[in-house]
Design a protein. Structure first.
Length: 72
């Protein structure tokens, strides 16, 4: 399967973790049309500033995970 052609338009996604890999995942998903948010259990995730720069409309939640975010 060629994942580069995957169309995620209109799909809601949640990326858990905002280190290098989390940022990469968020960017990949958004580039394919997904609507997303990111959550990280750390108060100051290492890629928070970069996420805001590259995807200013993406919500970032930090600190303890809210179980409501994990509901489908």
């Amino acid at each position: 399967m060629n994942y580069d052609s995957l169309n995620l338009a209109g799909k809601d996604v949640l990326v858990l973790g905002l280190g290098d890999t989390g940022l990469s995942c968020a960017r990949w998903l958004l580039a394919r049309g997904a609507r997303g948010s990111v959550a990280d259990s750390r108060d100051a995730p290492p890629q928070a500033a970069r996420l805001a720069e590259l995807a200013p409309g993406v919500a970032l939640t930090t600190g303890a995970f809210d179980p409501a975010q994990l509901q489908t």
